[in-house]
Design a protein around this ligand. Structure first.
Ligand code: PBG
Length: 331
């Protein structure tokens, strides 16, 4: 063939491919989510998330010491509370000595440079598992009352030393309210990472097992569609991203990641702010399960899934694979 243009020339050898590669995932980009439990017992495995564990504070500090030494810059903490501490009003969320705050203090005492992100949402604390408190008729989450609680919660987290509070509740107006509450409390150094485009996704299933929010109300399928985004929509995501930029977010998040690459790209093109993406529990579980069945190559699928999220435009990736990748690179 007379073919002057042959793109395959640039894929001819590993060396050329290395030279022309456009994107890569670095350890600097990865944040590991970690689950924490009370007490001094054994770490608990999570059936739907093989390889992930719920750790006691002591184990958490040990794990983070190792991860920080391996080059992980940050972790996101998620508490799993005993059912007896949950109620309809999420009172425990405002307890100064609640599990996640004790974990934050312990980590900051040992590892002051490790970046800590904590979720600002009420789902670990409500008996019904919703991210906010309910209206009097119990049929919806009460937006404004919830935002008031989230603001107080954010102040407690900032005082305990987190680097970024991460509102993941999807209530209207919470980013601006939290920002101004933090500033008024003299906590202007604490950042806000907004879960701006958080979808009502079935991919959160394993996470809800991990923190016990799935059937807190005895219902396996917790519908969060009145606050989380409809998976069919992208303009709605753009609107939420724009609002959070305006309300003062320091970084924006898109969640889930892999099934929402178009939204990550949209966020990247919309703003100069850093864009984070959360490769959620179900994305992790899919890869692990298929690999266990021998249907997918584990390492290659894992790495490709992360690379795709980077290529779509994410600066930061929250991923359950982060710790394992750090360990592999550290070898
Ligand atoms: C709750 C929250 C969820 C996740 C992070 N924060 C689940 C939900 O909205 O029900 C999911 C993370 C994951 O699936 O890995 N505010």
């Amino acid at each position: 063939m007379e073919l002057p243009i042959r793109p395959r020339r640039l894929r001819k050898s590993a060396q050329i491919r290395d030279l022309v590669r456009e994107n890569s995932v670095s350890l600097c980009d990865l944040v590991q989510p970690l689950f924490v439990i009370d007490g001094d017992g054994e770490a608990e495995s999570i059936a739907s998330m093989p390889g992930q564990k719920r750790l006691t504070i002591r184990q958490l500090v040990q794990e983070c010491r190792e991860l920080f030494a391996l080059g992980i810059r940050g972790v996101a903490l998620f508490p799993k509370l005993d059912g007896s501490l949950k109620d309809a009003g999420a009172c425990e969320a405002l307890n100064e000595d609640t599990l996640v705050l004790r974990a934050v203090r312990a980590l900051k005492a040992e590892l002051p440079k490790l970046l800590l992100f904590t979720d600002i949402a009420l789902d670990p604390y409500t008996s019904h598992g919703h991210d906010g408190v309910l209206t009097a008729d119990g049929r919806d989450v009460d937006n404004d009352v919830t935002v008031g609680i989230l603001c107080r919660m954010a102040v407690l987290h900032a005082q305990a030393g987190v680097d970024f509070v991460a509102p993941s509740d999807m209530m209207d107006g919470r980013i601006g309210a939290i920002r101004s509450t933090l500033d008024a409390a003299g906590l202007s150094a604490t950042g806000v990472m907004a879960y701006s485009a958080k979808y009502a996704s079935a991919y959160y299933g394993p996470f809800r097992d991990a923190v016990g929010s799935a059937n807190a109300a005895g219902t396996a399928l917790l519908g969060k569609d009145t606050y989380q985004l409809d998976p069919a929509n992208s303009r709605a995501a753009r609107r939420e991203l724009l609002l959070d930029i305006e309300e003062g977010a320091d970084m924006l998040m898109v969640k889930p990641a892999g099934p929402y690459l178009d939204i990550i790209r949209m966020a990247r093109d919309l703003t100069e702010l850093p864009v984070a993406a959360y490769q959620v529990s179900g994305e992790y579980a899919q890869i692990v399960a298929a690999a266990q069945l021998g249907w997918l190559d584990y390492g290659r699928t894992r790495d490709e899934s992360l690379l795709a999220i980077k290529r779509a435009g994410a600066d930061i990736i929250f991923s359950y694979f982060a710790a394992e990748i750090a360990r592999e690179l550290g070898k």
